[in-house]
Design a protein around this ligand. Sequence first.
Ligand code: MG
Length: 469
Amino acid sequence: MMASCPRSWSPFRRHFDMRSRVLILSCCRQQYSTRTMSISTARLCKPPPRNTMRLSRVWAPLATLLGLSSVVRGLAVPAPQIRSLSINRPKPGLEPPEFAFAFDIDGVLLHEKKALPGAAQTLQYLHDHSIPFIFLTNSGGKHEHERVKELSEKLGVNFTVDNFVQSHTPFKALVHGEHGLENKTVLVTGADASKCRDIAEEYGFRNVITPGDILVAHPEAWPFDALLDTVYKDVARPLPKPLWAPGQPLEDSLKIDAIMVMHDPRDWAWEIQLFTDLLQSHDGILGTYSDRNGDPDLPNHGWQQDGQPKVYFSNSDLYWVTDFPLRRFGQGAFQHAFAGVWERITGGEHELERELYGKPYGVTYQYAEDMLRKFRLDMLTNMGHDELGDLKRVYMVGDNPDSDIAGANNHVSKYGTKWSSILVGTGVWNEQRDGMRKLIGDREPTAIQANVLEAVRWGLDNEGWKHHL
Ligand SMILES: [Mg+2]
């Protein structure tokens, strides 16, 4: 039987344990009921994790203690004073953990750029107990240093870039290696393409140009100058080589080796025009046209079969959220628009070939896991732990079933590390609006918890961790 629970008094909360297949509907005042979905186990008898009332009781004195002006019942907590994470020393009898956490940021740690209750407390606890974690966000358009500084200020805890992955961070792996782009010419774009250039250069790419560079050098390429005078002329750089023209040697002409969409583009029409020009070119030389395009005797009818640049998208989110009442187009919307035009160009013969990064894609999860393993190794060995067990489990805490949860569920670690997914109700997914019906297939989380603090408690309980948060 379900316990009654006035929502104004204490929020309704669900704890969904996929392993025991038991849906626990928990309410306040330690009243809770259970409904067995399939085979019940001993977990049925386990009380639900600490409820929101306890969070309020814990958070209020903690927030006061930390000098924060708390808003216990609301979502937002004003920016606190920043505390540094001191260097830990191994605690007697504390074995190095064989698990770690990965956190999405928006909707998990922050809401509308303000800290969510319990977020700082949770991260401080993990640090104090030497439990490794990593930030894994689809944000972009700023350098990691800048993003980490903002996060530190909002949560009141100092972080570093050593465990911070945003959407385009894995592009760093494209700099070196057998097919490294370090000395190739890379075209980058984003909301502020000039800033994206700076980021790419910090990553190690040496020859970075923007669509604005090309437009300023060749205004005839897109003769609609709305942004030419107001934006591009102020930040454009000279092109390293001139555009190809009839009679000009190809080797003396501008050649683009890769296109990187690092953030949400602004000038869609010009950029779709430019990108489709390059994907129809010979060998990425702007101004040429490949004679392989549309050849039915070639693979993919010859499209993207003549040395054209690869296209990298740093995330595929269709929407993002602002204060406007409706969701706004994100980089994913640009990608669909570009792909739609490409389909028309090719007569539907050839789908746009592209490289997809960010959540939920495996390349990003593996990059994050690699970084997490290094972060864990450095942290625990610096503390004096000589022998580390392998990293066996990572708990991904996110608010978006389509990206955070699906990505963790689908990730197959090259090291055999298992990823679990914990969905929280403080962001994109809303139980009242979205319900449980869409949480199926790869969007079905391992567990659902009210917020990040409860999510970490669930993970710690699952590990049998004796030091309670
Ligand atoms: Mg999120």
